[in-house]
Design a protein around this ligand. Structure first.
Ligand code: GEM
Ligand code: ZN
Length: 437
């Protein structure tokens, strides 16, 4: 009898202990580094089959730079599944994005197998979430500080959004540990689409940040920024902030706002073939915690709809005659030549974000190329159109990667732009010759 009671009591206690793990929602408060780390570890242990938690490096003060990956196969890339990422808090005092990303993780994990849209998104996408790129800056910043720059930089005083190699002018900054960790990370994963969160304004800003020239993917970039802004009423209203102007429909080109050198967005787009936009999601950089629920609600639809766009356009593999994937083959879209040519990853894969329409592709190796015109239809599925480019003659080697446009992360040369422009010129000549002959 007594044993029976003890057993019941033990089961009850066990339940009481386990229950909060599953039932308790993430609170709308700021999470300091230790708390954020605990939240991420709890997400990971509660959802081990669809999450992978890893640190991509350490901050100056030795804090881990945590990334939680959410996906059906979270541990590594799967051929055909695009890689998506969100990064927040690279300016340590811009705190709202950090909490938005923690709530986004909770939304995704609790929606898996209970919400059909979320389930489909997690099944078809590998989503990398980094709530804080500058944890030291966050610890140094002050609650309720809307406008100061206290905590903006890393511990060494570097603004991380000025610390990346730049395609348009030489960046003499010493690359910081946080920046290097991000460079290594994006070099190892083939990210397709990304956004980074900031505060102090209300706008979705798109490349370039450091050139008034129009990027070759301007239509896609504008579409993506508009999609984010349209799903966020306050942003879309074009509201101004005490320390920032308002923007028409909540979008702007980065350089037209003001030029920045060494920004993360241009680095992603130019050097790592990952389309990235910058999201300014709150007027006050570190507002009252009571506003966090409202900020999450304002951004919830946008963050999810934006992630889905990783499935726009076309994807596939470049294959040799035997069906073997070709790494580093160049995949150009006519009329949309990038500064650094788009290259296939180690599985021979390419993922190109394109709006519906008809495009001509030039797939290039060292001594041969293939031209193919393809129509990308309007699609509502969570998968890009698939097309494999297969060569019919025997295999040859891919075009050699040159200078700063290599995909090995060693992009810090001073002659970055020159190398890219020479590459751009050679490629244009090659394409012209091919079309004439
Ligand atoms: C910005 S974010 C970058 C915006 N891009 C351009 N070109 N203006 C920054 O880094 O200065 C503002 C912020 O810190 O949130
Ligand atoms: Zn910022």
């Amino acid at each position: 009898m007594l044993r029976g009671h003890m057993a019941t009591a033990a089961v009850t206690l066990l339940w009481l202990g386990v229950l909060p793990l599953f039932a308790q929602n993430l609170d709308f408060s700021y999470h300091n580094f230790g708390q954020m780390e605990a939240v991420l570890k709890k997400f990971n242990s509660n959802y081990p089959s669809i999450t992978f938690l890893h640190s991509i490096g350490k901050s100056v003060e030795g804090r881990d730079l945590w990334v939680l990956v959410v996906g059906r196969y979270p541990n590594k890339h799967t051929v055909g599944i695009p890689e998506f990422k969100y990064v927040a808090n690279m300016h340590g005092n811009e705190a709202v994005g950090r909490e938005i990303l923690l709530h986004l993780i909770e939304y995704l994990l609790t929606g898996y197998q209970s919400d059909a849209n979320v389930t489909q998104l997690i099944t078809n996408t590998r989503i990398h979430i980094m709530p804080s790129m500058n944890p030291d800056g966050f610890e140094a910043s002050s609650y309720l500080d809307c406008d100061s720059t206290n905590g903006r930089t890393n511990k060494n005083g570097y603004d991380l959004n000025r610390n990346f190699p730049d395609a348009f002018e030489q960046n003499t900054d010493t690359i910081q540990p946080e920046t290097q960790a991000v460079i290594n990370w994006i070099t190892n994963e083939s990210f397709v689409l990304s956004a980074n969160f900031h505060g102090g304004a209300m706008v979705a800003s798109y490349p370039y940040d450091n050139s008034y020239t129009t990027p070759p993917d301007n239509d896609v970039l504008q579409y993506l920024a508009q999609l984010y802004a349209k799903n966020n009423d306050k942003m879309y209203s074009g509201m101004s902030c005490p320390s920032s102007i308002g923007f028409n429909n909540g979008v702007t080109n980065g350089a037209n706002w003001y030029k920045i050198r060494g920004g993360m967005q241009d680095y992603n787009y130019i050097f790592s073939q990952c389309v990235e936009i910058t999201l300014e999601v709150s007027c006050c950089k570190y507002p009252d915690a009571a506003t966090l629920q409202g900020h999450w609600n304002d951004n919830k639809v946008s963050v999810v709809e934006y992630m889905k766009q990783v499935h726009m356009g076309i994807k596939g593999q470049v294959l040799d005659t035997n069906g073997k994937p070709i790494q580093n083959a160049v995949v150009d879209v006519q009329g949309r030549l990038r500064i650094c040519p788009y290259r296939t990853n180690k599985n021979g894969e390419y993922f190109l974000l394109l709006l519906p329409g008809t495009y001509t592709f030039n797939v290039m190796m060292l001594d041969k190329s293939m031209v193919k015109t393809i129509t990308i239809p309007q699609s509502s599925t969570l998968s890009a159109m698939t097309y494999n480019f297969q060569f019919t003659e025997t295999t040859s080697s891919p075009l050699p990667a040159t200078g700063s446009c290599t995909l090995n992360g060693s992009n810090s040369s001073g002659s970055t732009l020159q190398v890219c422009l020479i590459m751009f010129f050679l490629r244009t000549v090659l394409v012209l010759l091919y079309n004439i002959l």
